[in-house]
Ligand binder design. Structure first.
Ligand code: DGT
Ligand code: CA
Ligand code: CA
Ligand code: ZN
Length: 582
């Protein structure tokens, strides 16, 4: 049983307890779930190494939770959890996927009008019964209906960043078999799409008389992995399974001579493939997953590069393969040199234990240095966000003094690293900011963000946004559209107007790299790149380990055709600082 599943069960226990009206236990389970999800080592291996005592070393895990983790590791089940689930009158897992519905509200909906499932909820909302419950209004009824609609459209798609560790684990397991000369995950994963429908794995095996034997071995290893819950199909070169976290995976085995053609085909996108096939047809050739053919003769197939070249095209990075103009660029040799996965030098959005983050400023500095970064900005929330313990002007100034001390310690240790003073200042309803200009003017990095009034009209929202950008102290707008993938839709904005005003005011727009944000989204990034609006790619970490998510922001930037020169935190510190508007 892997950490992800343990964490999910612990989090659900927290929700059941909260629904039951318990006071402190829910937070404890929620916290433990967060720690387990972020462990670098499998809980199972920690347990085998040091037993229940070692489990208790996990932050937030005490004796009682450690015992539950032990039971999960040993038996794959947890009686306590099953009991809570049985006792609960409602389908909590399903209902809590709706934005804005927490355990307390779910309890109230059940107590007052007997809602047990999403379909009950939908019926109640449509018939106007929700607005009759104290504490709910007409507005919440609308929000609930919208949430249900959104759930429908996002059904079955998994958030790339959350599922990626599982994908990599399976990839590693298959590589360890040493049967394939090359093995890659293709499809939407390789294109770094923000959500994925399934996992498409390709393995290339040496042709010849041993091919069948090796392929068969590979297939049976794949279908007997621990994670496999159900086998849909298993043939000599292809198998299809359902994994225990709900996602499907396909494995295809291909002879080396066709590997490039298969990789190209199964990376997609489908629209990109169709456009390539049409180019081949115009030349009187045929392109499929086995190769590029002239009559019976194979022209190219071993590598993707060979095939693009034979078609008269420059190589196209997977993230660009959506048939939205990249093929035309490739024909003119104009594919931009995209920002690389090692190109970031800093991270400009980080929350610490001064507010709702888990780690200290120094923890982050250490982690960032380990990752090879040269600077980070500390950007805690501001006072308007009361739940996060947001900073007022005075505490922000105190934090500044601590950052000075930390920087001087770093200098004394002769390390080339700098902690920048910053904030994630809240944008209020009218576009004004939650901190005084004098306080903002003292900071290195001022990020401003919307955290309330997500439902304003496009006009109002755009004006609010522009007013914030017009403040001379604001350098960056963080997570500009406020969307949360599979949960909350983006705010309504006139994007072209926002891009135009960002250019005019010299404001940077962020790609928030947190897995379910990735906000700016690829097409919005492309508009910025075209208009010369700069972007920054930041982790929005609430824990030091979350700096690892930066690669997702880079993926989104590449999907938006961004180059290193478009991304301010890919620049050296001095250049980055002198660019920011004063
Ligand atoms: P997903 O799984 O929904 O996130 O998206 P993909 O792009 O991974 O799509 P998937 O898994 O259905 O298929 C993997 C690739 O296989 C896809 O990107 C392109 C290729 N492919 C699938 N079906 C077709 C098809 O009917 N025609 C062509 N030309 N290519 C296809
Ligand atoms: Ca796929
Ligand atoms: Ca597939
Ligand atoms: Zn924020």
């Amino acid at each position: 049983m892997d950490n992800r599943i343990i964490a999910r069960i612990l989090a659900e226990i927290g929700e059941y307890l909260e629904m039951a009206g318990e006071n402190f236990k829910p937070r404890a389970y929620e916290k433990a779930a967060g720690s387990v999800a972020n462990l670098d080592e499998e809980a199972g291996s920690i347990y085998r190494r040091g037993g229940i005592k070692a489990l208790e070393e996990i932050p937030g895990v005490g004796e009682s939770i450690a015992e539950k983790i032990e039971e999960l590791i040993k038996t794959g089940k947890l009686k306590y959890y099953e009991k809570l689930k049985k006792a609960a009158p409602v389908n909590l897992t399903e209902l809590s996927r709706i934005e804005g519905l927490g355990p307390k509200k779910i309890r109230k909906l059940y107590d007052e009008i007997g809602v047990k499932s999403v379909s009950d909820l939908e019926r109640a909302a449509k018939s106007g019964r929700i607005r009759t419950i104290p504490g709910f209004g007409k507005k919440s009824e609308e929000v609930i209906l919208k949430g249900i609609g959104f759930l429908e459209t996002s059904k079955g798609r998994f958030i790339l960043g959350f599922i990626m560790p599982e994908v990599r684990k399976i990839e590693e397991e298959l590589k360890k078999l040493s049967l394939a000369s090359r093995l890659e995950v293709a499809g939407s994963v390789r294109r770094m799409k923000e959500t994925i429908g399934d996992i498409d794995i390709l393995a290339s095996i040496k042709g010849g008389k041993d091919f069948d034997r090796r392929a068969k071995k590979m297939m049976s290893a794949f279908t007997s992995m621990d994670e496999v819950e159900h086998i849909y199909a298993e043939g000599p070169t292809r198998a299809s399974v359902r994994l225990n976290f709900g996602l499907d995976a396909d494995l295809r085995v291909i002879p080396e001579s066709s590997y490039g053609a298969a990789l190209l085909y199964f990376t997609g996108s489908k629209d990109h493939n169709i456009a390539l096939r049409n180019i081949a047809i115009k030349k009187g050739w045929k392109l499929n997953e086995y190769g590029l053919f002239k009559g019976q003769k194979i022209i190219a197939g071993k590598t993707e590069e060979d095939i693009y070249a034979a078609l008269g095209l420059q190589f196209i990075p997977p993230e660009m393969r959506e048939n939205t103009g990249e093929i035309e660029l490739a024909a003119e040799e104009k594919i931009p040199k995209l920002i690389g996965y090692d190109d970031l030098r800093g991270d400009l959005q980080i929350q610490t234990d001064w507010t709702d983050g888990l780690n200290t400023i120094e923890d982050y500095a250490e982690e960032a240095m380990k990752k090879g970064l040269e600077y980070i900005a500390i950007t805690d929330h501001t006072k308007h966000l009361v739940m996060t313990g947001g900073l007022d002007e005075k505490r922000l100034a105190n934090q500044g003094k601590e950052i000075d001390k930390i920087n001087s310690r770093i200098r004394k240790a002769s390390k080339r690293f700098r902690v920048l003073k910053g904030t994630e200042v809240d944008i209020l309803k009218d576009g004004s900011l939650d901190l005084k200009d004098e306080a903002l003017a003292k900071l290195d990095i001022v990020g401003a963000a919307i955290h309330s009034y997500f439902n304003l009209s496009e006009d109002e929202q755009t004006r609010r946004f522009i007013r914030a950008m017009e403040n001379k102290n604001v350098h960056i707008i963080f997570h500009p559209t406020g969307r949360i993938i599979n949960r909350r839709e983006p705010i309504k904005l006139n994007i072209d107007e926002v891009v135009r005003m960002a250019k005019k005011t010299g404001t940077v727009l962020e790609i928030d790299a947190y897995p379910d944000r990735l906000d700016l989204k690829d097409d919005f990034v492309r508009k910025c790149v075209e208009a010369g609006v700069k972007i920054s790619i930041n982790s929005d970490s609430h824990e030091a380990s979350q700096l690892k998510y930066l690669y997702l922001g880079i993926g989104q930037a590449r999907r938006g055709w961004a180059k290193k020169s478009d991304v301010i935190n890919a620049w050296p510190l001095d250049k980055m600082l002198s660019f920011l508007k004063r």
